[in-house]
Design a protein around this ligand. Structure first.
Ligand code: SF4
Ligand code: SF4
Length: 437
């Protein structure tokens, strides 16, 4: 385990000249998650990996100072090309900064952006501190709100508790009610863990039907018990999702979605998969061949290679000393992104669904392949089952799109199929036992 170290700024901002902006030709789009409260949160979700990150900054108050905020926003617009610029906040729990911090942020970046840049604001929150005033502000500035919710209350409350161990679902739903009252766009971020892994349809239908939310992101919980590199016997915590259950969960949700909800409900993972079947780069870094375009900014200006690697060996530098664009384009960051490809085991390189999976995220690659090579993804069996299962429908949808038609026509194709004939998905099963079941 890494020794905790203090990663604060080494020079006072007043004593250094501002890092220079890069030339326009050096700018390329990237995504950055800013964490204004570091790992600090008002909840104490049992599986949260951020809470352990407090040890990186011992004694810190974990609040982004105004000079860091201004430097960050200025460098963000300088570093990004023209077009859409996303300002993304997450935590910990970013709403702990208070509404005024976000008011300042929006005002500042509106002043700083170039005329050809359009701003897009996002915030990821547990929702428990949202009020009517928050919702009005978020609606006014068209924030996309990622709301963490793990399904119906009995599933959500299994791990998502506050510091006194009390359930949080009631407070989350109160926050959501405020958002809905102001028509704020909401994306549900649902972790799949040991408590809800066998309840895929309950989770999906709850979000779609009871909450009426049509944007869903599924996140597998994989927590390592030990960090010994790659050894047989490495284990995960009891809260972690089982790899096969993860595959079954995605398959159950996909089969419901592909029969009823294409074009109506947006499940990030399915969109990413469809992109892969169309030979386009998926929007999710975990399914790309290489990564390195999704960085994390800590409250004090430290920039890390990725939100999942906020640790000393992946610290790129601090924006008060080095311009963000330089950190994003640094050799260290390029190496980080390429490592996703160069570390892929031979087992993955010959896998029939590699084009869609690419070994998923390196953070989950800690088991051995059947022939003993290190670096296989813990979730491999689930992904392999899932990507093979969706191959037929994905080929159908990709074909429709290539013909200039709509992907949602697939639902009509399934519905119109002769029940006793082979299913149009190509599974070989009769339609009545497949996508008409
Ligand atoms: S390490 Fe994982 S989460 Fe981070 S950028 Fe790479 S694929 Fe994405
Ligand atoms: S499904 Fe498994 S073997 Fe195939 S690319 Fe993904 S992790 Fe590798």
């Amino acid at each position: 385990m890494d020794t905790p170290v203090v990663l604060g700024r080494t020079a006072s901002p007043g004593g250094t000249s501002a890092p220079a902006a890069p030339p326009l030709s050096a700018r390329r789009p990237f995504h950055l998650l800013a964490k204004p409260t570091g790992p600090i949160c008002n909840l104490d979700c049992e599986y949260c990996f951020f809470l352990t990150k407090e040890a990186l900054y011992p004694g810190d108050r974990f609040r982004m100072a105004d000079d860091v905020l201004e430097t960050y926003l200025r460098q963000l617009v300088e570093a990004q090309p023209d077009g859409e610029v996303t300002v993304a906040w997450q935590g910990g729990e970013p709403t702990l900064m208070g509404l005024d911090f976000f008011r300042r942020s929006v005002e500042l970046i509106e002043r700083l952006r170039r005329p050809r840049q359009q701003l897009f604001h996002t915030i990821q929150t547990n929702g428990t501190l949202l009020t009517d005033e928050w919702a009005r502000f978020l609606a006014e500035h068209r924030f996309l709100v990622g709301l963490s919710l793990d399904g119906p209350p009995e599933l959500h409350d299994r791990y998502r508790v506050d510091k006194k161990g009390r359930p949080s679902s009631e407070r989350v739903l109160r926050g959501l009610a405020h958002l809905r009252a102001h028509d704020v766009e909401v994306n549900i971020l649902c972790t799949v863990n040991a408590a809800n892994q066998d309840r895929a349809l309950d989770v999906y239908r709850y979000v779609r039907d009871e909450l009426g939310i049509h944007h869903l992101q599924l996140i597998p919980i994989v927590e390592r018990d030990n960090d010994t590199g790659f050894q047989e016997g490495d284990t995960v915590t009891d809260r972690s999702v089982d790899p096969d259950a993860w595959g079954a969960f995605m398959i159950a949700v996909f089969d419901e979605w592909v029969r009823h909800d294409v074009g109506e409900v947006f499940v990030q993972m399915f969109d990413a998969a469809l992109a892969s079947w169309l030979d386009l780069p998926p929007a999710m870094c975990i399914f790309r061949e290489t990564c390195g375009d999704a960085l994390a900014l800590e409250h004090n200006g430290d920039v890390y290679s990725c939100d999942h690697f906020v640790e000393p060996r992946h610290l790129l530098g601090n924006i008060m000393e080095t311009h963000l664009a330089e950190l994003v384009g640094s050799p260290a960051q390029r190496r980080f992104g390429e490592h996703k490809l160069t570390s892929l085991p031979a087992y993955c390189r010959s896998c029939e669904v590699r084009f869609a999976c690419h070994g998923e995220c390196p953070k989950n690659r800690f088991v051995l392949t059947p022939d003993g090579e290190p670096g296989l993804n813990y979730l491999c069996s689930g992904y392999r089952a899932f990507f093979n299962h969706i191959d037929g429908p994905m080929q159908l949808m990709a074909g429709l799109l290539r013909e200039g038609r709509y992907a949602d026509e697939i639902m009509g194709i399934f519905a119109a199929a002769d029940r006793n004939e082979p299913c149009p998905c190509g599974s070989g099963r009769k339609a009545k036992h497949c996508h008409q079941a």
